[in-house]
Ligand binder design. Structure first.
Ligand code: HAM
Length: 426
């Protein structure tokens, strides 16, 4: 016999037990996004490789080494599984002229693909919810996105998430800073590791983000980008900080927060937790006012974020109040041919009335059926045997508390079901 095949490393099955939590997570997040005026959009999982090269930047980890790319020989196209959603969302907005009649707030959710080294909280297929606001130049929408997250965390039952904030100014301001930053890094080249030395040539700002303590030491003394920012950039940042303070949002300004994608300007931010080890960033985002033009569209300001669903679900999992058991309302047991049809119709009617009902399948004694009913987690067992069939009734038994069995007329079973359910849950 051949050995069974397994899932791809870094790509996860989510089993039914955990899906209940995922679906509760999705319901809360999607309702929140809608409440804040964001509208859903869906983009394909596959795009032209050039889209991500242009948007995310050639000298980023994602484009250099993490994309699942291939050549589609049938159409002679270079294609890539999306590593993130912002590039596709902007591409879609340009392609369908979404901002021709004014600004737009959009959200999306779904899997993203990055060929990273898998570890806890870091996967090769992972899910994001993203929000993007197109056409709003002011810091008010930066603040809106951040406050939306702050209001969402307690809805998910999460606490202790920290907000880090920075501004990386405009491309021109960064170019002026870059020369001095490179000179500083070169002066301390001996302390830089191979990665930092490479970044020094390609993307020196990313050296500030290094996790290596020696490199961090050098980075800490680098000329701060903040000193190179002009009035407009500083005013944008001040505006954002005032709005956050007004909303009662705590934050720490981290001058070394630069993010791993090249499209950002001005505001960048990350939400972090200490509860997940090394992969503590649960949400990241910022402003990308140059991206529309970079992708061939009419210049349009943009700002947004994406949250990592696996990380947020892992945090929710640690909170027992947030782990809804996927319980059916009732499990219907039956024995005998006439009873089977009767039970089938009963289950059908109850589902039409909005109840979650599992109908026993596969035969067996009442005793073995009752074991299955109990294992299903259902609140109630509904029993249809020969007796019930001939009397035109149903027996109702509470499975989560000890109370005797009661009989109810089949004709009234649906209408009285709610009362039984409420009692069972008391
Ligand atoms: P990002 O920081 O690359 O930003 O990803 C956002 C979030 O996705 C991260 O904070 C993390 O929670 C999660 N994430 C990233 N990589 C992985 C992984 N390998 N495994 C599990 N979770 C992961 C973006 O993707 C930008 N598109 C965000 C954005 C939207 N900026 C503006 N608009």
């Amino acid at each position: 016999m051949s050995s069974p095949l397994q899932a791809i490393r870094g790509m996860n099955d989510v089993l039914p037990e955990e899906m209940a939590l995922w679906r509760s997570f999705s319901g809360i997040v999607e309702a929140c996004l809608e409440r804040w005026g964001y509208r859903a959009i869906r983009m394909p999982l596959v795009e032209q490789t050039a889209l991500f090269r242009r948007a995310i930047g050639e000298a980023t980890d994602i484009v250099e080494k993490e994309m699942y790319s291939w050549r589609d020989e049938l159409n002679s196209e270079e294609l890539t599984l999306r590593p993130e959603g912002t590039a596709s969302c902007v591409r879609a907005a340009i392609e369908h002229s979404l901002v021709y009649d004014g600004p737009k707030r959009l959200w999306y959710g779904g899997p993203m693909y990055r060929h990273e080294r898998p570890q806890k909280g870091r996967y090769r297929e992972f899910y994001q919810y993203g929000a993007e606001a197109f056409g709003y130049p002011g810091p008010d929408v930066d603040a809106e996105l951040i406050v939306m997250c702050a209001r969402l965390w307690p809805e998910l039952g999460l606490s202790g998430l920290r907000l880090e904030l920075n501004t990386i100014g405009s491309a021109e301001e960064r170019a002026r800073h870059r020369a001095d930053l490179v000179a500083h890094l070169l002066a301390h080249e001996g302390k830089l590791d191979a990665d930092a030395k490479r970044r020094l040539q390609t993307n020196p700002l990313r050296v500030l983000d290094s996790k290596n303590p020696l490199v961090q030491e050098v980075a800490a003394k680098a000329p701060p980008l903040m000193n190179y920012l002009g009035e407009a950039s500083l005013a944008h940042f001040d505006g954002l900080k005032k709005l956050l303070a007004g909303a009662g949002i705590e934050y720490a300004v981290n001058p070394r927060l630069v993010r791993g994608l090249d499209y950002y300007n001005l505001t960048v931010f990350e939400w972090m937790t200490d509860a997940l080890g090394a992969q503590g960033t649960v949400c990241g985002g910022g402003r990308y006012d140059g991206l529309f033009a970079q992708l061939g569209g009419k210049p349009t300001p943009g700002v947004g974020f994406a949250m990592g669903c696996e990380r947020l679900v892992a945090l929710m999992k640690a909170n027992p109040d947030r782990n809804p058991a996927a319980r059916p309302d009732a499990y219907v047991l039956h024995q005998g041919e006439g009873a089977a049809a009767y039970a089938f119709a009963l289950a059908d009617a109850l589902r039409s009335a909005g109840h979650a009902v599992v109908l026993h399948a596969g035969g067996g004694s009442f005793k073995s059926q009752m074991k299955k009913a109990d294992a299903s987690g259902a609140w109630l067992a509904l029993v249809v045997g020969e007796d019930e069939l001939s009397a035109g009734e149903v027996s109702v038994k509470m499975l989560r508390k000890s109370a005797g069995q009661q009989r109810v007329a089949r004709a009234r079973a649906v209408e009285q079901f709610n009362a039984f359910l409420l009692k069972a849950k008391e």
